[in-house]
Write a protein that binds this ligand. Structure first.
Ligand SMILES: Nc1ncnc2c1ncn2[C@@H]1O[C@H](COP(=O)(O)OP(=O)(O)OP(=O)(O)O)[C@@H](O)[C@H]1O
Ligand SMILES: [Mg+2]
Length: 465
């Protein structure tokens, strides 16, 4: 490249550019370079770089040698001695534009930059960079704060949703309990009222039976005395004795009184069961015989076990073991037995309908395949361990579909038609067994075979809390 060619492109550039050879001779320079050095452009050509700067010659030679073999810019510092005696520190960047050849020494492009301006630009740049990084940092902080706030909001929304769901569940359960309590309380009151009235009436009968029997015996004795002392009766009396079959009446009277006595005792037992059951309302913890509770519940449900036009009788099989008295809310437990037994009866009725009515085949039919397995409910009690007992109520109904089994204890879950089931029985029972007694309630079911509800309750529920 010739100095003219160099000037050709350097002229249009705004930065100070010099063309020097490796001996330090200035060959050309553009106007900004001439201005920086305080020389005319033509004057530049005659000068040696060594004369224009204050750096020791050796250092300058070394620098130019480095530039003369490097295609990449070599950075250095040149302190320019100006005409007015002032010095100007410049940053220089130099690189070879034409390497050393046998004909000429290497040609170097030098780019000068006023250090003060450069460093002030540098300071400005640094400041800008600083501001930029601060801005970036601020934005990052804002972003972090935003995502944190988002997360917190999300958590709060989740917590709130959870709390609302819990409240809703609690409300549903409370509502369920209120409905059931109301139902059970009116049933309990009705049963207690009937039991009271029947008890009063039967006490008249029972109380007078003894006297009636005694008076009759005395009257019969009197008749016998008459017969002994006055054997020749007038024909009218003889006739009457024959017609009424006097001897048979004497024999039958005892049996009549005996069966009247058995009947009134039975009524008294029923009344006792009714009273036992109507303890439903009692909120107190009591030591009770669980078997008595189950029996009184069975008594209340007696009418549901009997055969109807639609199905045969339901057999109740009791397998009671020797178990201790239980300290519990007895009325509440009776409520659980009643719910489970009612469900079992419903399941048996449905299963009977499903198996036979749909096919219009009743067990009486001679169809061997349809020989009916009788409708059964088995109630079993046993000691589970030294602290708890187990009660199992098993039916041979249709069983429970797996799809619904997870919802069974949910309030208001029912598969029964409107008006037949409210879906409260099991959720209330769960509450009574698990929450009130610290026990467990679960079920095992096989489709088309039946269902078994298993209750475990502590012998003393007071020890649970
Ligand atoms: N022994 C059982 N065999 C088959 N399904 C049962 C049995 N016990 C309960 N279920 C099912 O569980 C559901 C819920 O029972 P739950 O006692 O809670 O309510 P319900 O009997 O439908 O109504 P309610 O008892 O309030 O009158 C029933 O609708 C029924 O589908
Ligand atoms: Mg029910």
């Amino acid at each position: 490249m010739t100095p003219e060619q160099f000037l050709e492109f350097a002229r249009v550039l705004p930065e100070p550019l010099l063309m020097v050879n490796s001996d330090g001779q200035l060959l050309a320079g553009n106007q900004p370079a001439a201005t920086l050095l305080g020389l005319g452009r033509q004057e530049l050509k005659q000068r040696m770089l060594f004369d224009l700067v204050t750096e020791p010659t050796n250092d300058l030679v070394k620098y130019l040698q480095a530039c003369s073999i490097s295609r990449a810019m070599v950075i250095g510092t040149l302190t320019i001695r100006k005409n007015d005696g002032q010095t100007l520190v410049c940053r220089s960047q130099g690189a070879v534009i034409q390497p050393l050849s046998p004909e000429s020494s290497a040609l170097i492009l030098l780019r000068l930059e006023n250090r003060a301006i450069a460093s002030s630009n540098f300071v400005l740049l640094n400041k800008k960079l600083d501001e930029l990084s601060k801005e970036i940092q601020k934005r990052k902080q804002a972003e972090t704060a935003l995502s944190k706030a988002n997360e917190e909001l999300e958590i709060r929304v989740q917590e709130r949703t959870k709390a609302l769901t819990e409240t809703l569940n609690e409300l549903q359960l409370t509502q369920a309990q209120l409905i059931q309590a109301e139902k059970m309380s009116s049933l309990g009151q009705m049963v207690a009222g009937i039991a009271h009235e029947v008890n009063n009436a039967i006490n008249f009968v029972y109380g007078n039976l003894y006297y009636a029997q005694k008076y009759l015996e005395e009257l019969l004795e009197l008749i016998k005395l008459y017969q002994n002392h006055l054997p020749n009766n007038p024909p009218e009396i003889k006739n009457k004795i024959e017609v009424m079959d006097f001897d048979f009446i004497i024999q039958d009277c005892d049996r009549i009184f005996e069966s009247m006595m058995t009947g009134t005792k039975r009524i008294q037992e029923i009344v006792l069961s009714l009273r036992n059951f109507s303890r439903l309302d009692e909120a107190d913890i009591k030591e009770v015989d669980i078997h008595q509770g189950i029996d009184s519940t069975l008594m209340i449900l007696q009418h549901r076990f009997q055969s109807t036009n639609e199905r045969p009788e339901i057999q109740v099989i009791k397998e009671y073991s020797l178990i201790p008295q239980i300290t519990c809310y007895s009325g509440k437990l009776n409520q659980v037995f009643m719910n489970i037994l009612n469900n079992a009866i419903d399941a048996l009725e449905d299963s009977y309908k499903y198996r036979y009515s749909s096919a219009n085949k009743f067990p009486e039919s001679k169809n061997q395949e349809l020989t009916i397995e009788s409708l059964k409910i088995k109630i079993k009690t046993e000691l589970f361990d030294e602290k708890s007992i187990k009660i199992s109520i098993q039916d041979n109904g249709l069983g429970i579909d797996e799809k619904v089994s997870s919802k069974l204890f949910d309030p208001f879950f029912t598969t029964k038609p409107v008006g037949k089931g409210t879906g409260l029985g099991l959720s209330i029972s769960y509450d009574i067994i698990v929450k009130k007694h610290g026990g467990e309630i679960s079920f095992l079911s096989t489709l088309e075979k039946g269902t078994e509800f298993v209750i475990k309750i502590p012998i003393n529920c007071l020890n649970q809390y």
